[in-house]
Design a protein around this ligand. Structure first.
Ligand SMILES: *Cc1c(COP(=O)(O)O)cnc(C)c1O
Length: 365
């Protein structure tokens, strides 16, 4: 008998969330961002739910190859472009569109032998200061690309640092606009947070948006807003079962380091899920969890293969009861991954991406 832990990928929820991106983005085309193995969901499983996208954006050539193997013939965009000159051969062979964010990538293109000109997205550093050409050098980069026979259509792109928060995007919109005002080409600016929070503002949705985490049922601006507010649905459920019950007396402790002490008699359940499954070890006592669909809390430290939960709110629970670590629970119950991430001092992205290879995953509708 395998351990009772498993992850479910909800393909209809993926399609629903993608639809939400479309609604918010007006007429813009939508890239479904599927980097990091589709935020831990698996490219193949995510593709089932997201095939209605206008294109797929990712970083990794092997993942691009997997998409092509699934039969996807539409646009695929490499968000960081090429890492070395020979990556351009894969771009030609697989018909990948790619970001150009630095002079080296233009040098490589100039030496590349291809029959078909490449579609490139020139990346502007409008203030994130990770990738992209500084505003003052955008025109020169554009002119260099425009002069190359290896390059066909040139689009323009930037990335926001604060679309989810108080600083917002106005300063970056202004920098992007100033750097690109009289350059032709399609524009692609918004990530999930900008799609949800800013897409109704002039120029933000532009020609393409890049919808990542929102497709996967996580609110990029949690806790200011949750997925219910944005009408998003969980796309990943991590669930397991109780494999033991303990009854604590006042003064008894639980787990490594005895970080939890019962102040009265307490029934607890031991769950077959630990940090080696991708559950965050940093969750302190009090992290939300569902047992038989009822919201309760973890107690004590998370260990490699197990964690403990308070059964006081669920007196009917016992050996074998279903535990929802995040996602959809029984009877219509739900625990958004953002609630768990928040308790662990991180974000939903990280929990989903960290789902461990030892957890069996299956797609459900
Ligand atoms: C990851 C990524 C996105 C998607 O971000 P979300 O916050 O998940 O929507 C968009 N653009 C770029 C350049 C990225 O690297």
């Amino acid at each position: 008998m395998p351990r009772p832990i498993e992850a479910l990928i909800h393909t209809e929820a993926l399609a629903h969330n993608l639809g939400r991106a479309r609604e918010r983005a007006g007429g813009a085309r939508v890239w479904a961002v599927v980097k990091a193995n589709a935020y831990g969901h698996g490219i193949e499983r995510a593709f089932e739910g997201l095939r209605g996208a206008d294109g797929f954006a990712l970083l990794d050539l092997a993942e691009a190859e997997r998409l092509r193997a699934l039969g996807w013939r539409g646009p695929v965009l490499l968000l960081e472009g090429c890492f070395e000159p020979r990556d351009l051969e894969a771009c030609s062979r697989l018909h990948l569109w790619h970001v150009v964010h630095c002079g080296e990538q233009i040098d490589w293109l100039a030496l590349h032998k291809t029959h078909q000109p490449h579609r490139v997205f020139l990346k502007v550093n409008s203030g994130m200061n990770r990738l992209g050409f500084a505003p003052a050098s955008v025109r020169t980069a554009w002119a260099r690309l425009d002069a190359l026979p290896q390059v066909g259509e040139i689009s323009l792109m930037t990335h926001f640092s604060d679309a989810d928060g108080a600083r917002g995007i106005a300063h970056q919109m202004a920098a992007f606009d100033a750097a690109t005002r009289d350059l032709p080409g399609e524009r692609c600016l918004a990530n999930s947070a900008a799609v949800l929070r800013h897409a109704r503002e002039a120029g933000v949705a532009a020609d393409w948006v890049r919808a990542g985490v929102l497709c996967y049922g996580s609110a990029p601006d949690f806790p200011a807003h949750d997925i219910a507010h944005w009408d998003l649905r969980p796309t990943m459920t991590l669930r397991s079962r109780l494999i033991a019950i303990q009854t604590l007396q006042r003064g008894d402790t639980v787990g490594y380091g005895s970080t939890f002490t019962a102040d009265a008699a307490l029934r607890i359940g031991i769950v077959a899920c630990g940090y080696a499954d991708g559950y965050p070890r940093h969750c302190a006592t009090g992290t939300p969890v569902l047992v038989d669909g009822v919201r309760t809390r973890t107690v004590g430290r998370v260990s490699m293969d197990m964690l403990a939960v308070d059964l006081a709110p669920v007196p009917g629970a016992g050996f074998g009861s279903e535990v929802t670590l995040w996602g959809e629970g029984p009877g219509g119950s739900r625990l958004p991954v953002d609630d768990v991430a928040h308790a662990a001092g991180t974000i939903g992205y990280q929990l989903m991406c960290a789902l461990a290879p030892r957890v069996p995953v299956r797609a459900v509708s």
